[in-house]
Design a protein around this ligand. Structure first.
Ligand code: DGL
Length: 273
C-alpha cells in the first residue's frame, strides 16, 4: 500500500496524477486538515505533524509514503529520512521509505535546462515556510551549481485558493507575486517551479503573468514519473496490485466538499481519520 500525505486537500492534485500513472496500485491518502495550513507554521510543528501523519499511514499498512506537501517535504523530509526512519525501522523491523516532491521537481527542472554554459535562472513560487527552508535552492545547487535560483514567497495564495476567492482576486495576487519576482530579477527566468500543492489550480494565471516562453514544471506529473521509476527500482517497498483507494482526513467536514471537488475534479469518499 502506498501512502500519500498532504497538509490538506491540495495534495489531491498530486494524488490524482499518481493514481493515473499507477492505476493498479493500492493507495491511502491522508490530509491533515485539522492542522492545515502548514505553510505558516513553525518548522518544529511541521516536523512533528509530519511524523504523526507518517505514523498514521504506517498503521494503515503503508510501506512507502509520498509526501505531496511542499512545506512538509522541504522543512521535514531530510531529517525524517536521515534520522527518524532508521530509528523507526529499528523499533519494529519493518522496512519503509518516505519520498517527497522536491527531488522529482528539481530533476524535471534541471532535465529541461541544458548546461551549455549559458546563465540560467529558476524561479520558485511557494509558501513562506518552503521559501525559508531554502530547500529548492540548495538542492538545485548540489546538482547544477551554475543555475541561479530565485524564490518568491506567496503567503496569501494557498489560503485564497482554499477559501474559493474569485478568479479576479487570484489573478491580482499572482500578478503581485510574479511582479515582485520579476522586479527583483530584472529579466525572465528560464524555468518556473510552482512549489505548492495548490498552485496547479492557478497555473494558467502564472503562465499569463510571466513572460512568454518560460517553462513551467508540473509537479504532479513529475512526481508520478518519479514514483513509477522508484517502484521499478525498489519493488520491495510496494507489491500492491488491487487498485484499492482510501481517503482519510483529520478534519473532514461536509463544508469541504466544494474544495475537494476543485482539487480532484469530482467527488471523493473521505472519512475522518
Ligand atoms: N500543501 C502545502 C504546500 O504544498 C500548501 C498548504 C499549506 O500551507 O498547508 O506547501
Amino acid at each position: 500500500m502506498i501512502g500519500v500525505f498532504d497538509s490538506g486537500f491540495g495534495g489531491l492534485t498530486v494524488h490524482r496524477a499518481l493514481i493515473e500513472a499507477l492505476p493498479e496500485r493500492d493507495f491511502t491518502y491522508l490530509g491533515d486538515n485539522r492542522n492545515a495550513p502548514y505553510g505558516v507554521r513553525p518548522p518544529i510543528d511541521v516536523l512533528n505533524l509530519t511524523c504523526a501523519a507518517l505514523e498514521r499511514l504506517f498503521a494503515e499498512g503503508c510501506t512507502l509514503v509520498v509526501v505531496a506537501c511542499n512545506t512538509a517535504s522541504t522543512v521535514a523530509l531530510r531529517w525524517i529520512q536521515q534520522q527518524w526512519l532508521p530509528v523507526r525501522r529499528l523499533e519494529d523491523g519493518v522496512r519503509r521509505n518516505v519520498i517527497g516532491i522536491v527531488v522529482p521537481t528539481i530533476e524535471a527542472a534541471t532535465g529541461i535546462l541544458r548546461g551549455d554554459g549559458a546563465a540560467l535562472t529558476v524561479a520558485v513560487f511557494a509558501t513562506r515556510r518552503t521559501v525559508e527552508s531554502d530547500c529548492y535552492p540548495s538542492e538545485i545547487r548540489k546538482r547544477r551549481p551554475e543555475i541561479a535560483v530565485v524564490q518568491q514567497a506567496c503567503p496569501d495564495l494557498a489560503g485564497s485558493i482554499e477559501r474559493g476567492a474569485p478568479r479576479g482576486e487570484l489573478r491580482a495576487l499572482v500578478a503581485r507575486y510574479t511582479g515582485e519576482l520579476l522586479g527583483r530579477l530584472g529579466a525572465a527566468p528560464e524555468c518556473v517551479i510552482l512549489g505548492c500543492t495548490h498552485y496547479p489550480l492557478v497555473a494558467d494565471l502564472f503562465a499569463a503573468a510571466l513572460p512568454p516562453g518560460v517553462c513551467m514544471i508540473h509537479q504532479p506529473d513529475a512526481t508520478a514519473r518519479a514514483l513509477k521509476l522508484y517502484l521499478s527500482r525498489h519493488p520491495e517497498y510496494d507489491g500492491s496490485h488491487g487498485g484499492h483507494r482510501r481517503f482519510l482526513s483529520t478534519g473532514f467536514s461536509g463544508e469541504a466538499l466544494p474544495l475537494i471537488e476543485k482539487f480532484w475534479g469530482g467527488e471523493v469518499p473521505f472519512t475522518q481519520a
